[in-house]
Design a protein around this ligand. Structure first.
Ligand SMILES: [Fe+2]
Length: 326
């Protein structure tokens, strides 16, 4: 492409999945710290469910974002040595920089859809709208700028159904499934480039269908201090026993092969820019014979946004009938 780009991650290799037993020394204290922050909001805002078929019992807590600790309790668990060692092994990396801690808190629900997580790309991490990052990732055209990033998934669930499915050998090869019960079990993965999903959680008759409650619902502690209540604008929707809740911690870290790779990231000598993005997209559109043209201000053009996202859909749609966009 005529640009001097130092690729920090290989284009076509998915890092292996590394299993880490007993990730935290004090899992009960960790879960108690999550519980103490209730009520928990849903992962998307109220409007976010309009296109997806309605809210699901999938709640979220952000503890650390872009390396910034937002919840003081996170400090105690953020630099977990077992996850760091797992990340080194998964990526053959020597420099690991923890970046994020996000909690997913699920009630009984249907299976999620196979997807990639959004990857960071050098130079645009704090730039542009979310949909531009989706486009950059989905297009597969910017892998030389992708920052190697790993996910340490730590699972806590004692029920029979609620596994994690992933495709470490690619979407056209058989998947790998980790089944519960699991408590404090870590899977260090390449979720930014490996398809993955949560399987259906809970017994079939307990599962809550999308849209059964409002997008403003929150997961509250029941007054008994033990159970959990989903409450939306219409009031109490359901009460769950503690055993029905599935927790998964998503720990994110950058995983650099060596100090030199970390330095290229730090010194911004090889960053992706808006000009490069739209230049490469424009060339690719021509190469594929598309009649779509990149407008002068692509980020402000809503019609273009819809058209370009349709032109580069989630690559999972090629392999999975139920892959979601984004
Ligand atoms: Fe994910």
């Amino acid at each position: 492409m005529g640009l001097n780009v130092q690729a920090l991650r290989p284009a076509h290799i998915i890092a292996k999945v590394v299993r880490v037993e007993n990730v935290f020394d004090d899992p009960a204290a960790l879960i108690a710290a999550v519980d103490a922050r209730a009520p928990h909001g849903l992962i998307y805002g109220k409007g976010g469910y309009e296109k997806t078929g309605g809210a699901e019992p999938w709640f979220r807590e952000h503890w650390v974002t872009d390396g910034n600790i937002k919840v003081a309790e996170a400090e105690r668990w953020f630099h977990n040595q077992k996850l760091i060692a797992g990340a080194k092994e998964a990526f053959g990396a020597t420099v690991i920089r923890p970046q994020g801690m996000i909690w997913n808190i699920f009630g009984p629900m249907i299976a999620g859809r196979p997807h990639f997580d959004i990857s960071p790309y050098r130079g645009i991490e704090r730039d542009g709208p979310f949909w531009m990052h989706v486009l950059v990732h989905n297009s597969g055209l910017f892998i030389p700028w992708a920052v190697p990033s790993t996910t340490g998934l730590v699972l806590f669930y004692g029920g029979r159904h609620g596994g994690f499915e992933c495709w470490p050998d690619g979407p056209d090869k058989p998947s790998r499934i980790e089944e519960p019960p699991f408590w404090n079990l870590g899977l260090v993965t390449d979720n930014e480039f490996m398809f993955h999903r949560p399987l259906a959680i809970g017994e079939p008759e307990e599962r809550v269908s999308p849209g059964a409650f409002g997008g403003e619902a929150k997961l509250h502690r029941n007054p008994d201090g033990r159970r959990w209540d989903v409450i939306d604008d219409n009031g109490l929707f359901v009460t769950w026993e503690p055993e029905q809740i599935r927790y998964s911690l998503v720990w994110k870290a950058m995983a650099f092969k060596d100090e030199r790779a970390a330095q290229i990231y730090d010194d911004h000598s090889d960053d992706l820019t808006q000009d490069i993005i739209w230049g490469i997209i424009s060339d690719d559109l021509k190469a594929r014979g598309s009649s779509l043209n990149v407008p002068k201000s692509p980020l402000e053009d809503r019609v273009f946004r819809a058209a370009i996202l349709a032109e580069y859909p989630n690559p999972g749609t090629r392999y999975f009938a139920d892959a979601r966009r984004g």
